[in-house]
Write a protein that binds this ligand. Structure first.
Ligand SMILES: Nc1ncnc2c1ncn2[C@@H]1O[C@H](COP(=O)(O)OP(=O)(O)OP(=O)(O)O)[C@@H](O)[C@H]1O
Length: 722
């Protein structure tokens, strides 16, 4: 049941003209009372008969706006405080002046048409977001033709009106809203409501254990005004928008509330939840954008991708049914991919509107991880550089209140780092904080970060050579295009381990052993420890007793000594005919993880999907990596355990994000399947789809991971910008 707010009486999506869209006449309903978006750059074929704009503190009505033919000049409307300074500057000067953007006043940019955007993209004069300090806000504001809405302005107790006007000016100016019906949010931090129990419950129903856990943890959190305001735009007004903000501004909290509330409105197949990476997707109970879109790697041309999706009944049905699509961690979504997915949506849904008429809710922070480039340095275009971004994203909202840090000075320092403009004061302050790091006594050596896998390998080999004891060698069994598998699989083809080697998991196994969990090899089964009880499928301790908490019925072979933990969690070996003999013959590593769990790492499977329709099954015996030194994507929760960060980010060289190599992967051996389609068509719960099982056992939320020692704890320093 779609609930478009009935009071909004506007043409929902004036269709743009040009390469992507057929011209569609706006206001075809003949209702002359409908307000149109003034100077909508994509309505160039339309003749808006009515338009409203904000001028002289009131709404003005302009009948028969002429259709813009040439790119209109940039025109900026800024709030009263900064109007004077802006009025004296040219457009370029204005954009060069960072202070204009850093002020708490919001900025409205008007009349940016597509050609102007392209021109600026080409000149790159003002759009330089790849280097810190380049001005993300500038880029977004310019590229999206929408204002970056700053919601931090609060009214004085005596006169709330100016702030309300600012909101109206900002919002109505660019949106399709009927200005007369727009009701701005209530101001004041005191004016908060707790998250409703109903929404928590619905979130639980929709996204399962993961989200419900999150909401349990989130008890007591009340949405701020800016969060409520965005929530309203999404849920009540059903707007397509992009909300962003620096680390800790509550994007995730808001996103989960949005999911919870949209879940009430939509059935599960009407709400698409996706993120750029698997871990981000897990955190919100969704799937990767690639997987949601059904486009494989998405490297094929658009036409092929459309055919591919249309040829897949399940995926095309999904596209047709979905009414709202959430995309998290947008900073890692490639711009070209964004265009392709948008085109697929339009084609499969048979609707010429952007994203086939879907409501698209996008969030992320472009200052965080960028899109991945391929080996040749191709790709890596930001999503906001996508041609269709301005068509899809009708509003950009920036959240500025940082919740994560209470100390205002510290927030200021972090913001300077984020922008790459560190003042002498901030530098001195950081220097004064230098101290010898203290680490928990868990036997884990802090991880060093390198940009290149080869450096990681050298460092890891050096560490391994320094350990005493025999080397245990684990080789993967691969089928299919071996070279491509080698290129794409995170786990190495050959893994060498010794006692005391430090390792990192490469897969989510259950709620407490997740992709990224670090541990130490404390033994190898078959060497007197954790002998396999072949009669009961359980795991025995040294003394021959079955480990506490074992569940004999699962058929798994895992040393799970933690009381209360169920045997078989995270295992992928049920029903594997070859498993038993392999397990009996191979001494698999027993890893003690930082959360105290001891785990026999059995073989695990990876499937690598290659371009085109080919799906190669990638099967390995224990595959993994050692983890003293890791090439690590600089994710915002992952740095605290590191004593030093040895970065070699060279100019123009982006880290290959997603390539987290220093992890232990576990695989199980299995006969190769010659027919990839067989694999695809098997039920999701079957052997060949470990991903499905992982989805069923969602990993803990970031918050939970933090509390359980996976990430930084309260008071730790957290860096958020790569
Ligand atoms: N309205 C709120 N009231 C109190 N605390 C909040 C609120 N919103 C978020 N928080 C807290 O602020 C912290 C950061 O929130 P959140 O993780 O949602 O930020 P984020 O913008 O997603 O950060 P990042 O970009 O690093 O992922 C969390 O501890 C969260 O519980």
């Amino acid at each position: 049941m779609e609930k478009r707010q009935t009071t909004l009486n506007f043409n929902p999506s004036p269709a743009p003209s040009g390469t992507f869209y057929k011209p569609v006449a706006t206001n075809s309903s003949g209702n002359n009372d409908e307000p149109q978006v003034r100077n909508n750059p994509f309505a160039t074929n339309a003749q808006p008969s009515n338009a409203y704009y904000w001028n002289n503190s009131k709404w003005n009505h302009t009948p028969q706006q002429p259709t813009p033919v040439l790119p209109a000049p940039l025109k900026k409307t800024i709030s009263s405080q900064s109007a004077t300074s802006a009025s004296n500057s040219t457009d370029d000067e204005f954009f060069d002046d960072d202070d204009c953007f850093n002020s708490s006043d919001f900025l409205v940019i008007d009349n940016i048409v597509e050609n102007e955007i392209k021109k600026q993209q080409l000149s790159q004069e003002h759009i330089n977001v790849r280097t810190p300090g380049g001005g993300f806000a500038k880029a977004v504001a310019q590229i999206t033709q929408n204002p970056v809405i700053d919601l931090t302005t609060e009214p004085t107790a005596t006169d709330p009106e100016p702030a309300l006007k600012k909101f109206r000016t900002t919002i109505d100016h660019t949106s399709n809203d009927n200005p007369h019906n727009f009701s701005p949010p209530a101001f004041g931090r005191h004016n908060r409501e707790p998250l409703s129990n109903d929404t928590r419950l619905s979130a639980l129903a929709h996204t399962g254990e993961q989200t419900s856990k999150y909401f349990r943890e989130s008890k007591g959190i009340v949405l701020s005004d800016e969060q409520k305001y965005i929530l309203k735009m999404v849920v009540e007004q059903r707007q397509s928008l992009f909300f962003t903000g620096s680390a800790g501004t509550g994007k995730s909290v808001l996103l989960r509330e949005i999911i919870a509330q949209l879940t009430v409105m939509f059935s599960s197949d009407e709400l698409g939840i996706a993120a750029s990476t698997g871990i981000a997707a897990c955190n919100i109970g969704g799937s990767t954008l690639h997987s949601f879109a059904g486009i494989g790697l998405g490297t094929d041309p658009i036409l092929q991708l459309c055919n591919r999706v249309k040829g897949n009944r399940k995926v095309s049905e999904r596209w047709r049914r979905v009414k709202a699509l959430i995309i998290d961690e947008i900073s890692m979504v490639d711009g070209d991919l964004f265009d392709k997915i948008e085109a697929v949506a339009r084609e499969v849904r048979g609707d010429p509107q952007p994203f086939g008429g879907l409501q698209v809710i996008i969030t992320g922070d472009f200052f965080q991880l960028p899109p991945v480039r391929d080996r040749n340095g191709r790709g890596g275009k930001f999503a906001f550089e996508a041609k269709t971004w301005p068509l899809v994203v009708k509003k950009t909202v920036e959240m500025r209140h940082v919740f994560r840090q209470k100390d205002g000075d510290f927030v200021h320092m972090l913001n300077e780092l984020r922008l790459g403009k560190v003042s002498a004061n901030t530098l001195n302050m950081f220097r004064s904080l230098c101290r010898e790091p203290k680490y928990p006594d868990d036997g884990i050596v802090p991880t060093y970060l390198y940009s290149y896998r080869s450096d990681v390998d050298v460092a890891n080999n050096r560490q391994l050579a320094g350990l005493k004891g025999d080397v245990h060698r684990f080789s993967a069994q691969d089928w299919g295009d071996l070279k491509k598998i080698q290129d794409q699989c995170l786990a190495p083809q050959i893994l060498e381990l010794k006692l005391s080697a430090q390792v990192m998991l490469l897969k989510n196994l259950d709620t407490t052993l997740v992709n990224g969990s670090i541990g130490t090899v404390i033994g190898f089964n078959g060497e007197g420890k954790y002998m396999r009880d072949t009669t009961s499928s359980g795991v025995m301790n040294e003394d021959g007793k079955l480990a506490e908490g074992e569940d004999r019925g699962s058929g798994s072979a895992v040393g799970l000594k933690e009381p209360g933990q169920k045997q078989g969690q995270g295992q992928a070996n049920e029903g594997n005919p070859n498993q038993k003999s392999q397990e009996d013959a191979t001494p698999y590593p027993i890893v003690k993880f930082t959360n105290g769990r001891e785990y026999v790492c059995l073989p695990e499977e990876w499937r690598i999907e290659l371009p085109g329709k080919l799906v190669v099954t990638h099967l390995m015996i224990v595959r993994g990596r050692r983890a003293w030194h890791t090439f690590h994507c600089l994710d915002h929760i992952s740095l605290a355990p590191c004593s030093s960060i040895m970065t070699r980010w060279t100019n123009g060289c982006k880290p290959e994000t997603g390539t987290i190599v220093a992890r232990l992967g576990v695989v199980y051996p299995q006969e190769p399947r010659s027919d990839a389609r067989t694999c695809q068509s098997r039920p999701r719960s079957s052997l060949c789809c470990p991903v499905a099982r992982h989805n069923a056992r969602r990993p803990p939320s970031t918050e939970l991971q933090r509390t359980q020692g996976y990430g930084p704890s309260e008071g730790d320093w957290v860096l958020s910008a790569a």
